[in-house]
Design a protein around this ligand. Sequence first.
Ligand SMILES: *Cc1c(COP(=O)(O)O)cnc(C)c1O
Length: 478
Amino acid sequence: MNGVANMKEVSSSEHEDYPLKKPLSEDDPEIFEIIKKEKDRQFCGLEMIASENFTSRAVNECLSSCLTNKYSEGMVGQRYYGGNEFIDQVESLCQQRALKAFRLKPEEWGVNVQPYSGSPANFAVYTALVEPHGRIMGLDLPDGGHLTHGFYTATKKVSATSIFFESMPYKINLQTELIDYDKLQETANLFKPKLIVAGVSCYPRHLDYKRFREICDQNGSLLMADMSHVSGLVAAGLTSNPFDYCDVVTTTTHKTLRGPRSGVIFYRKGQKGVDKNGKPIMYDYEDKINQSVFPGLQGGPHNHQIAAIAVAMRQAAEPSFKEYQEQVIKNAQALAAGLDKAGYKIVTGGTDVHLVWVDMRCVKLSGGKAEKILEEVSIACNKNTVPGDKSALNPSGIRVGTPALTTRGMKEDDIGVVVSYMDEAFKIARDVQEKSGPKLLDFKRVLKDEEFQTRVVALKEKVESYARKFPLPGLPDL
Ligand SMILES: *Cc1c(COP(=O)(O)O)cnc(C)c1O
């Protein structure tokens, strides 16, 4: 041990003037300064984009490590390049920890941790298990689904899922504002999809995976959960568990799970059941999915990401992670209750998860204007369609989430303060709109008037000095 430590010291001091050892601040001050500004923006603002979070220092250290240098195409123990002794250790540890984080038995579930992100993970599953132009159903994008679940419009196949496969959306019921499982069943019985995706990017309630399974079983369809948004809550056992019913589960690792930007695919393995003659039927997803990721769609895995996923999965199995996720939900519920009390309409009337879906039509503000005014005062969220919206181009709502604020240590009382800032911002926006009329361009112009700028700047200062009270995790400088 000593020998190794000494060698390291000698080599680093000996080569101090080697130009490629210069810190970023000296090597490329231009990029360094931009990153510093972004760090400052993250520190001074209130991050309420439901899909974002702040990674730990340990996750960041993996991401900036030497693991980024290595090619390791193939699977653990079967690589197309030499020198993968330690990369193999990283990837198998990552797999073991990923299974453990979701309480899965290695005899029943396998996991591929190589997808570069959530979208490639989904496409790899479709490529593996659905034939070209095979049929896929997913929640419609304007109803809270994700692009990769097959979005297309009257004039354009927007998602590659709709170009290379035949996709059919299911939708939200306008009365209940919940997923219309009955209608999904009706459509699936006609469309006979090869695969149904149970997954959401904007939906504040637990999913009914049991119902999805029943619909799949009626039609011989595979069930894939895309738990990207809620995987942290699933790991903590705080929302319905897709692993109870699904064949395949994909997730991003950078949302509630709080790891690096990346994606993983879990698939069932082992015995599925028995045939008519009593012979065992085995799941056959493992090879198909692994080969679809590589060599089908990707080349070398991003090993720095895989190490960072390993760290995040270990963290996700710790008791403190469950406490964190409990607070995420409490904060989201406080956010929903606060906004409701201030007169905003909450889609479905509340939330079970980490996000709140707000319909701004009741205060006559579009989602675009709501997003814009919040951005002006350093609160980040995104505009979002709400049930009943006619156009996806001009959505009537916003999506706000609490994973990032909770990572910084906020509790329900702090969320109360945040609600008061949001309300104040929306009041400014309504006053601006009274003068500007409904067009976003006019709105943006009038917002620059001195009378409004004074109010905006004052509120922004309040927001930023409040945000600075809460620590930001990650690397010290970057
Ligand atoms: C975020 C998200 C994805 C895509 O993830 P990227 O890493 O941005 O490609 C896929 N599915 C769902 C449901 C998501 O919310």
